[in-house]
Design a protein around this ligand. Sequence first.
Ligand SMILES: Nc1ncnc2c1ncn2[C@@H]1O[C@H](COP(=O)(O)OP(=O)(O)OP(=O)(O)O)[C@@H](O)[C@H]1O
Ligand SMILES: [Mg+2]
Length: 253
Amino acid sequence: MQNKKPIIEIKQLTKKYYIKNSLFRKRSIVHAVNHISLDVYANEILGIIGESGSGKTTTGELIVKLNTPTSGEIRFDFDETHFRKEVQIVMQQSKEVFDPFMSVEKLLLEAIKLHQKLTKKEQLLEVERLLLSVGINPMDRQKKVNTFSGGQLQRICIARALAVKPKVLILDEPVSALDVSVQGQIINLLLDLHQKMNLTYILISHDLNIVRLMCHRIAVMKNGEIVELDETQKIFSHATHEYTKKLIADFDL
Ligand SMILES: Nc1ncnc2c1ncn2[C@@H]1O[C@H](COP(=O)(O)OP(=O)(O)OP(=O)(O)O)[C@@H](O)[C@H]1O
Ligand SMILES: [Mg+2]
């Protein structure tokens, strides 16, 4: 994989937050992401792990341009004119982003219309195809977003992300809000779509079992830095950094 050209090249990426401390009128600085460099290869599933507050979500937000870096750069191996089409994010609480009273059809049509030039009839067929691809009955297309279960909703969020035909999906804790039984279904769905649609995933997760199952490589973050990055198998069998060893030891595998 390393011989290939990366689809995303991250160089010395940094995000600092300046927090006002009213008591002493001083500013304190949080290095949410601290000079990280990272290559992501086309078609790989790259995991990002690390304790709470280590900078995983911030990294994902910077890659999808929901957040702007303090310094450093991210280069993409594709035309960025239509960036929103190429890189999509699926979050833990995606439902909070959507209007709960919107129908699923409308939600998907919004995304489809944004980046694909289709006739009205083709658009409706695309809604059907998308719903089928994530295991939602197209007969439910007129139902409102808030009438679906957590697992169904996460499927719809994935369908919406895929509606623009992206190259890269950032998955930030995509199943952690779901029941364990449903988690397995969504993971299988994600793996299936990854294969069928030639996608590249960046998977952020606390759950080392999920990361171990899904990812080709894993980056370990601590205090905004990547302290270790290696193939999944090596991370679990021969981690070199003490922090990685502790994360694995503390996790009930
Ligand atoms: N908007 C913000 N303003 C100030 N500090 C922030 C902001 N967003 C994040 N931070 C800080 O940056 C650090 C990294 O946060 P981030 O959300 O990236 O961590 P995370 O690894 O995703 O954690 P978790 O596993 O809990 O989701 C934390 O110390 C957090 O408090
Ligand atoms: Mg997070």
